[in-house]
Design a protein around this ligand. Sequence first.
Ligand SMILES: CC(C)(COP(=O)(O)OP(=O)(O)OC[C@H]1O[C@@H](n2cnc3c(N)ncnc32)[C@H](O)[C@@H]1OP(=O)(O)O)[C@@H](O)C(=O)NCCC(=O)NCCS
Length: 386
Amino acid sequence: MSDALRFVDVTEDQLDAVIRVRARSFGGLAAGDREQWLEDARVFIGDGRYVGVAAGDEVVAAARFWDFEQWWSGRRVPMAGVAGVVVSPEYRGRGVGSTLMRGLLQRAVDKGFPLSGLYPATTVIYRHLGYEFGGGRYRFSFPAADLRALGGKEVAVRRAGPADAERFLELVGQLHERRRTNGPLIWPVKQVTGWLADEDNFAYLADDGFVVYNWSGSDLCVDELVAGSEATARALWATVGSGSSIASTVQAYISPDDPVHLLVEHEAYKDVQHQRWMVRLLEAPAAIAARGFAPDATVEADLRIDDPEIPANSGDWHLSVAGGSGRLTRTQASGDVLRLGPRGLAALYAGTPLATLRASGLASGGAAADLDTVFAGATPYMLDYF
Ligand SMILES: CC(C)(COP(=O)(O)OP(=O)(O)OC[C@H]1O[C@@H](n2cnc3c(N)ncnc32)[C@H](O)[C@@H]1OP(=O)(O)O)[C@@H](O)C(=O)NCCC(=O)NCCS
């Protein structure tokens, strides 16, 4: 990268330039979206989460990160959700995107995020920086008539609105803790309130669950469905399926482990949509301490991490997992220890079997290390794109 280019914080008066680069990267903002985009951008700027690369005074690349939390084995882990990574076409292919992302990683580390995640449009740049696939966003489709037939008529279901946001968050939290879920994002109550206030979303609440759905063309589409019991699952899915006289298909953003797959008469259609997201450990000990582990699994193992981008993660570590919690402490390892780079560490964290990591060159050594029992769990998924 030339000396004239430097890593910067994006400022408000540079947002027009960012919009120009963005238009050349993702297409223009719809007329009605500009004000909301600017409002969001000011929040990122105010919080030091909008960064760029400038040539002179002009911003030629930009990226931002959301202040998210993510469920990992039923616990909330702060996660820097990287989005809007754009480089102006005339600057691409010469290291600008990498400089931008390196600066962003450092910023997220400085802000204390143990973890970062993103949806990659291309994996190359992110893999170079230590990200690896962590999970997916899945959209399944079901015949609406099959959902309608699920019954659950004994369960009372009422229309819900913005005033129910806190209750929704409480129900989601209970479900993810109980199922030791991996992957979904935790949105602030303000965003949940806005989602429930949107007239295009149809929200229904039962004692131990809720559903939010909307139209997607001539199909219905479930944004989220949480049910604490089989009866409530039946009732909420049947509520959506009651639209079967008009909508023949219901699409649903759900986990591949969702009970509906085992309840509904016909398997999901074959048009499952799957978008992968990537994950990276920014501060390895904090990321291990924050996530949950299977309560009855234990492990004591040494590992050697080599993380060229974030050297504080590098070196010899001892991993200790017991009672549903893990700790990573400095050690002096000797002999045949398990060796991982940041990509191997990220994929392991997300539950990828060690055999897969070895077979793809992301882990080596430590023949006796058996970490699968502690890291394995529910398939990581997200409901939201960001
Ligand atoms: C993707 C993008 C941000 C990369 O920026 P860049 O400045 O070209 O990236 P760099 O020059 O630092 O390249 C880093 C690595 O990524 C690779 N790379 C960059 N763009 C790529 C692409 N479109 N496909 C495959 N690899 C790509 C480079 O070849 C390089 O790898 P190498 O060192 O092994 O050759 C930029 O092309 C862009 O703005 N694209 C349009 C918007 C977009 O897709 N954003 C990403 C959203 S997740």
